[in-house]
Design a binder for this molecule. Structure first.
Ligand code: ADQ
Length: 416
């Protein structure tokens, strides 16, 4: 501990190498943490903002697949002045140290960078994913970790049983053993419900706090073993047998400035196109489930100096519109319109996500569409009205969301 302040010295290792295959085609050219969200943000901005707002200012971001877009975003948006010692966000590319290839799982990604942890001398290492949309005061998890004399803490929350097979499922003790992790199973085929709550399972958020010595030792041992080198599959299940591993209930987290109408403990896995779209819908309405207008817990991203959006003879209801967009004689409802979007005369847009630089041609009709950046939709196009027709030409999800890939940037327009 730092003797002067008694504050633990915390280093964040942000795992941002996820492929995000279920988000295709949005992840055709970029990793999942680099996928745009809510207009100007990228998914990675949520974990980085949560760290920053929680006073964690030393962060390594571990990248892997298709990392160019992510690296460019971090360079533009997340430059630190370096005026204060040990404040940094540094991208760590795959090191190929231990073996010749890519990282073999999340634990391997951290293992191959153990020198960075040793050099920093942290008391605690926060190993966090970069794939979620959420708002979390990590300081509260740290206090929990210290109060409970935990050696490892796993952030967890109840999720509906039908979705739980996609998560690490946590079992905790009762009575005096409350919050102590007694079982952990990564993505079980038949997840167990929580005691007293048959509808939900207690799931790991993929965010962990480790005492540094425990992490170093666990990763060294793991590296010597065959099999998967993964926090969820190997490290956590092993550590619960030998160490004091606690589960921090995210629903106890209280973030400053939360509006009364918001969902307490908002956390969304945006790993599929359906959940990605749904998380955008959560931002809408008079009382959104997740309201980005929170000045006490801002979600930060790159600055953009474009002019205000202009709406000309347009009806836009329950819609978020970013800077520099120009919309003429259109009808828009329940949608997210990114920066520098052009929407032409007579277009109709409903429950859709239109990303930066896209063009929606005159009289086009879009319903439940996700349009990636710079895509140009010709005049008169209809999306979301005839599933069979859509399927013949576009990527369409089970529930009928139509997803258009990124187009090429028009060089006469800004890159943001
Ligand atoms: P998943 O998200 O399915 O489950 P994984 O694909 O390993 O697990 O990704 C975890 C994080 O690491 C993501 O942020 C991803 O971007 C990143 N990542 C993946 N491979 C990486 C690599 N090689 N290098 C760097 N970063 C990498 C995890 C846990 C579950 C938990 C869910 C919650 O394993 O127990 O329930 O998160 O969503």
């Amino acid at each position: 501990m730092n003797d002067r302040t008694h504050q633990p010295r915390v280093l964040a290792m942000i795992m941002a190498g996820g492929k995000g295959e279920r988000l295709m085609p949005l992840t055709a050219l970029r990793s999942k943490p680099a996928v745009p969200f809510a207009g100007k943000y990228r998914i990675v901005d949520f974990v980085l903002s949560n760290c920053l707002n929680s006073g964690i200012l030393s962060m390594y971001v571990l990248v892997q697949y298709r990392s160019q877009s992510l690296i460019e975003h971090l360079r533009r948006a997340w430059r630190f002045s370096g005026l204060i010692q040990d404040t940094f966000i540094t991208v760590v590319p795959p090191q190929m140290k231990a073996r010749g290839g890519w990282y073999e799982g999340t634990a391997d990604a951290v293992y191959q960078n153990l020198n960075l942890i040793r050099d920093f001398h942290p008391d605690l290492v926060a190993v966090f994913g970069a794939d979620h949309v959420y708002r979390m005061d990590i300081g509260q998890m740290i206090r929990f970790h210290l109060d409970r004399r935990a050696e490892v803490t796993v952030a967890a929350l109840p999720v509906p049983l039908h979705a739980a097979h996609g998560f690490g499922i946590v079992e905790v003790g009762r009575g005096r053993q409350e919050a102590r992790v007694t079982g952990f199973e990564e993505k079980p085929k038949q997840p167990k419900a929580m005691p007293g709550d048959p509808e939900r399972a207690y799931s790991s958020m993929g965010n962990y706090l480790f005492n540094t010595d425990v992490l170093l030792d666990a990763l060294e041992r793991d590296a010597a073993k065959p099999g998967s080198h993964d926090f969820g599959r190997a490290i956590i299940p092993r550590l619960i047998r030998t160490h004091r591993v606690m589960a921090y209930n995210f629903l106890d987290n209280a973030v400053p400035g939360l509006h009364a109408y918001e969902e307490r403990g908002y956390w969304r896995d945006v790993g599929t196109l359906e959940t990605y779209w749904q998380a955008h819908m959560d931002l809408l309405g008079e009382c959104p489930i997740f309201d980005l207008r929170n000045t006490r817990w801002p979600i930060l991203t790159d600055k953009y100096d474009g002019p205000a959006a202009s709406l000309i003879r347009t009806s836009a209801d329950d819609t978020l519109i970013e800077q520099s967009s120009r919309i003429v004689e259109a009808t828009i409802s329940r949608s997210m319109i990114g920066r520098h979007v052009t929407i032409e005369q007579g277009a109709q847009i409903e429950e859709s996500i239109i990303m930066d630089g896209a063009v929606v041609g005159a009289k086009a009709r879009l319903r439940r569409a996700i349009v990636d950046r710079f895509n140009v939709i010709p005049a008169g196009t209809e999306l979301g009205f005839d599933a069979a027709k859509d399927r013949a030409r576009y990527h369409v999800t089970k529930s009928g969301l139509v997803v258009l890939p990124r187009g090429q940037r028009d060089r006469s327009r800004p890159s943001h």
